[in-house]
Write a protein that binds this ligand. Structure first.
Ligand code: PLP
Length: 378
C-alpha cells in the first residue's frame, strides 16, 4: 500500500549526494488486484503447520527479545549450509555461508565491501533492476553491457567489456530476471577467468532451474566467486526477508567489516529457521510452478505470442506494439504483471493454476489489438 503523498520541499531542495540526483527508487507497483503476477513471489501461502511452527519459534525467541540476537546467526547459517549442500550437491559448511535481510542486503553488503567510490560494477542488461540501484547507493560506478539480440549474455561481448572496463564487481544473474535464461557453467568459467575482481552470481531463482548451481565452481575460484541466494522465491518466504551467500570463508570475514551489528533480528532468525525445517514441503511447489510455467508458455505460444525460454518462475513475452499500454489493459482486466522497461515485452510471474488461466484468458483477448504486426516489427 502506498502512503498518501504529503507536500514536501522536494528532492531538489535537499543536499543530496550528486550521483543520486535524477535517479529513481525501486518501485514495482503494489496494487490490490485479483491476480498479482508482478514480483516473482511463490503464490502458494505457507501451510498451517509451517505457520504454527513459525509462530512457536517466534514465540520462544520473543522471551529473549531484551537481548541482542546472535550477531553472526551461526545456527541459521548452519541450517542454510545443510540446505544448500543438499540442494546443490556441493559440500558447504557454516563458514562459507552468510545471511542477511533478503538477498538485496547481501548484494548491498558485497558492494559496500568490494565496490564504493572509485570502483565499478558491471551487469549484463536487461537484468535485475536493483543491481544498478544498489551500485548507486554505494557510490559504485555502474557499467551496463547489453545482452545479445536473443537477450542471453553474449559471452564474447562480455569478455571484451571485461577487458576494456576491468570492473571490480561483476553481476551474473542466472536464471536471469527478467528473461529467464540460465548461464552454463562453462560460460561462467570464461567470465570468471576474465574478471579482474569478484563475480557475484545471483541465483535468486535457482530452485526453479534444472541447471547446475555456480556453487560447483566455488572450489575453483575461491578469491573471485560469490553465489547469492534467497528464501523469497522458491521458499515462499518473501515477507520473511532472508537472503544468503555461499563463498570462500574469506568473503564472510570481508562482509563482517561492513554489516550492521545485529542486522538479522531474533525474530527473523527464528522464523527463517522454522521455514528451513519445512523446506521439503515448501519446495514441493517448485515442481508445480515449473509445470505451470511450461503450460503458460505453450498457451501463450499457441495464441501467437513469442515467449523467451525460462528456467525461472516467470516468463517474458510479446511482442507488443506498446508494452505500457498493454500492461494497463491487463491491469484493467484485474491482472497485474510487470513492465520491466524492455520495449515490446512484458513479464508475468507464474501464479496458481486459476491465476494462470486468467492470464491466458486476458492474453487471448488482447491478441488482436496488442501484438505487434509484421509491418510494425519492420
Ligand atoms: C535476480 C534477483 N536477485 C535478488 C532479488 C532480491 O530478492 P530478496 O531481496 O527478496 O532476497 C530478486 C527479487 O526479485 C531478484 O529477482
Amino acid at each position: 500500500m502506498t502512503a498518501a503523498p504529503r507536500p514536501g520541499v522536494g528532492l531538489d531542495a535537499l543536499p543530496l549526494r550528486e550521483n543520486l540526483r535524477g535517479s529513481s527508487a525501486y518501485g514495482a507497483p503494489q496494487l490490490e488486484v485479483p491476480v498479482q503476477l508482478n514480483t516473482n513471489e511463490n503464490p502458494h501461502p505457507p501451510s498451517a503447520e509451517l505457520v504454527a511452527d513459525i509462530a512457536a519459534a517466534v514465540s520462544e525467541a520473543a522471551t529473549d527479545l531484551n537481548r541482542y540476537p546472535d550477531r553472526d546467526a551461526v545456527e541459521l547459517r548452519t541450517d542454510l549450509a545443510v540446505y544448500l549442500t543438499r540442494q546443490t550437491g556441493v559440500e558447504l559448511d557454516v563458514d562459507m555461508v552468510w545471511a542477511a535481510n533478503g538477498s538485496n542486503e547481501i548484494l548491498q553488503q558485497l558492494l559496500q565491501t568490494f565496490g564504493g567510490p572509485g570502483r565499478s560494477a558491471m551487469g549484463f542488461v536487461p537484468s535485475y533492476s536493483m543491481h544498478p540501484i544498489l551500485a548507486a547507493g554505494t557510490d559504485t560506478e555502474w557499467i551496463p553491457v547489453q545482452r545479445g539480440a536473443d537477450l542471453a549474455i553474449d559471452i564474447d561481448t562480455a569478455l571484451t567489456a571485461l577487458a576494456e572496463y576491468r570492473p571490480d564487481v561483476v553481476f551474473v544473474t542466472t536464471p536471469n530476471n527478467p528473461t529467464g535464461h540460465a548461464v552454463e557453467l562453462d560460460d561462467l568459467r570464461r567470465l570468471l577467468d576474465a574478471a579482474p575482481g569478484i563475480v557475484v552470481v545471483d541465483e535468486a531463482y535457482a530452485e526453479f532451474s534444472p541447471s547446475p548451481s555456480a556453487c560447483m565452481l566455488l572450489a575453483e575460484y575461491p578469491t573471485k566467486l560469490v553465489v547469492s541466494r534467497t528464501m523469497s522465491k522458491a521458499f515462499a518466504f518473501a515477507g520473511g526477508r532472508l537472503g544468503y551467500f555461499a563463498a570462500d570463508p574469506a568473503f564472510v570475514e570481508a562482509v563482517l567489516l561492513v554489516r550492521l551489528p545485529y542486522h538479522l533480528s531474533v525474530i527473523a532468525q527464528a522464523a527463517a529457521g522454522a521455514a528451513l525445517r519445512h523446506s521439503e514441503e515448501t519446495l514441493g511447489s517448485v515442481a508445480l510452478l515449473a509445470a505451470e510455467r511450461n503450460r503458460v508458455t505453450s498457451g501463450l505460444e499457441a495464441l501467437g505470442y513469442d515467449v523467451l525460454p525460462s528456467e525461472a518462475n516467470f516468463v517474458l513475452y510479446g511482442p507488443f506494439a506498446d508494452a505500457p499500454r498493454t500492461w494497463q489493459r491487463y491491469l484493467d482486466a484485474g491482472v497485474l504483471i510487470r513492465d520491466v522497461g524492455i520495449p515490446g515485452r512484458l513479464r508475468a510471474t507464474i501464479g496458481l493454476q486459476s491465476e494462470n488461466d486468467r492470464l491466458l484468458q486476458v492474453s487471448a483477448g488482447l491478441v488482436a489489438t496488442e501484438i505487434m504486426t509484421t509491418q510494425e516489427k519492420r
